[in-house]
Design a protein. Structure first.
Length: 399
């Protein structure tokens, strides 16, 4: 018995994986935050947290909110999981620290710095082409094109083998949620791509100088066992593409609907360098991730049962008025430190420097040439159980 009385989490009937929730999550986020520090989502029999303080605390307490049972709604300890777990995202220390260290070296600051000239040349080339067209789709012609080109080159995936990456990720990010209509549809649509994606993780399929090859080199050097290399390549291919596609699409949308904020980027290169973090605070590509309680837990005065999934609403935490001033406002001069769009704690995004570099260089290339982005058709969202992203975003650039 604990000395302090514990209450049960209030029950909420909201379905966070419904069409209406993903169409406009923000009113639901407010209800979830206002209901309490921890809520019980009766539809799925899971806990949820949507306030900044609790999400941040849970992300930084891996012993209480473990990842080893998977980052999705399914408990991967219980067998018949459709996919092998990620050996970095979905494991706890000590194994986590060994695999993380390998990726940390591959994706280190100096390593990312070396990418800059090639990333910059490609940003200039692509943006010059888009600006000369005047009107384009910011998803099909930009957000999907640039990461596939520059990150595909950096990892060492041959050009002709990249088509599987986005359909695979779309399905994978759906698979963190329940087996609903969109998850099933993405499985149907992805057909052969799972096999192609796994084939792409083999050493012989990767160029000899990219991140993929460097992961195999870590195995050669005995820093991880040889059987772990393909799995770590799979993590990079899973996490490194559709996330930035979402973030870059959301960025162009953000600039189109907040023209005053785009002016700030044009006027001050320093704003352009930090804009992406505010954009992903405001429209977080990864909306949610799960953790699991390994035992009964007392957290913020609330009793949580053992072996329960806990849905962390990262995007709701990023707009919690208990933490942020005027959180629904995109404010590129805001101090965004502490946002949880990249997560926090031991699993914090390991590729964030790549994502920031892609955004910074694209924004700089546009800032030289473009006064404003205008929507020329209705943006269409791509519904996904984890990602907030667009299927189509027709825009015109004003020069
Ligand atoms: C992984 C993985 C997959 C998807 C997302 C992610 C955002 C990681 O396989 O490690 O992090």
């Amino acid at each position: 018995m604990s000395a302090i009385a514990e209450i049960d989490a209030p029950t909420i009937a909201i379905n966070p994986f419904s069409e209406s929730f993903s169409d406009d999550p923000y009113p639901f986020h407010e209800q979830l935050r206002d209901a309490g520090p921890v809520v019980w989502l009766s539809k799925y029999g899971i806990y949820g947290m949507a306030r900044y303080a609790e999400v941040q605390a849970a992300l930084n307490d891996w012993q209480t909110f473990m990842s080893g049972a998977g980052a999705g709604i399914q408990d991967l300890r219980k067998g018949n999981a459709w996919r092998p777990r990620s050996i970095v995202l979905e494991v706890d220390p000590p194994l986590h620290d060994e695999t993380r260290a390998v990726l940390a070296r591959v994706l280190s600051g100096p390593a990312i710095k070396k990418l800059r000239p090639a990333f910059e040349a490609e940003a200039e080339r692509l943006v010059e082409d888009l600006v000369s067209r005047g009107t384009f789709d910011a998803v099909d012609d930009l957000a999907m094109v640039y990461p596939l080109k520059v990150m595909g080159d950096a990892v060492g995936v041959p050009l002709q083998d990249r088509e599987c990456l986005l359909p695979f990720s779309n399905m994978l990010f759906n698979s963190f949620g329940p087996e609903n209509d969109i998850f099933r549809q993405s499985i149907t649509e992805s057909g052969a791509v799972v096999k192609q994606l796994f084939a792409q993780c083999e050493r012989a399929a990767l160029s000899p100088d990219g991140f993929g090859a460097q992961i195999y080199q870590a195995a050669d050097e005995g820093r991880i066992s040889a059987d772990k290399a393909p799995s770590l390549v799979r993590s990079v291919l899973s996490a490194g593409f559709d996330t930035t596609v979402a973030g870059l699409g959301n960025a162009i949308y953000a600039f189109a609907v907040n023209p005053d904020q785009w002016q700030l980027v044009r006027e001050d290169p320093a704003v352009g360098r930090t804009a992406f973090d505010e954009i992903i605070r405001w429209e977080s590509p990864v909306q949610t991730f799960f953790r699991t309680t390994p035992r009964a837990v007392a957290f913020e005065g609330v009793h949580l049962e053992a072996d329960r999934k806990v849905l962390l609403f990262l995007a709701a935490a990023n707009r919690d008025p208990r933490h942020w001033d005027n959180p629904d406002r995109l404010d590129l001069r805001r101090k965004t430190i502490g946002h949880v769009a990249f997560g926090s704690g031991i699993h914090v995004c390991i590729g964030m420097m790549v994502a920031r570099l892609e955004a910074e260089l694209l924004f700089a290339a546009f800032a030289k040439r473009v006064k404003a982005f205008e929507l020329v058709g209705a943006p269409r969202r791509r519904r996904n159980n984890t990602l907030r992203t667009f299927a189509s975003l027709p825009v015109r650039v004003v020069c």
